[in-house]
Unconditional design. Sequence first.
Length: 220
Amino acid sequence: MVDVTDDGIVLDRSAFYPGGGGQPPDHGVLLWGGVQTRIVGARKTGDDLHLIPADGDPMPAAGAAVRGALDDERRTALMRTHSGLHLLAGVVFRDYGALVTGGNMEPLEARMDFNLPEVPEGFKETVAAACAAEVAADRRIDVKVLPYDEAFAIPDIIRTATNLLPPGLKEVRIVDIVGLDAQADGGTHVASTRQIGGIEVVKVEIKGKGFRRLRIRLPQ
Ligand SMILES: [Zn+2]
């Protein structure tokens, strides 16, 4: 069942990830009446998820039944990349005590900024080796929803320098790389660290006084 608005196409239920927590939205297609509408983005407006059609594609009529299919290659790449950023954040916090101040990801490419005034000699290689070890360790990545108080009883559950959670939240979704890093998070992830497939630390940049930006890349 669909509604069609200026903001996009609204479905009553859908597996499209709307984007958020630094993870870009899914792409895919809607299939209806023997034709397809390519979906090139999504955004959440209030409770509604608006799917953004490709320019010029045919549009279903309001009330039509449609079937959705995700661009699985893109989604899988984003799940791996997102999980890779968690692993990186976990390693840098564990080994250097640094918090995350920002980040961005595209499929198989990402950057993350850390509150890290000094970096020791060989930092890039040491972080890369630690990431490789954590991928090889094949740690489980669990997702659970906990009551707010229980979630905040977990030490360092907010890995960002600023708590970005909306106030008044009753439950918190936790993404737990078991034994390495638990964080409050809304994105999509792979089921274990080996599924990330590897993390190449491409570059360490100085990003203003006291901050470092790490750029990573994942294999195809
Ligand atoms: Zn996440």
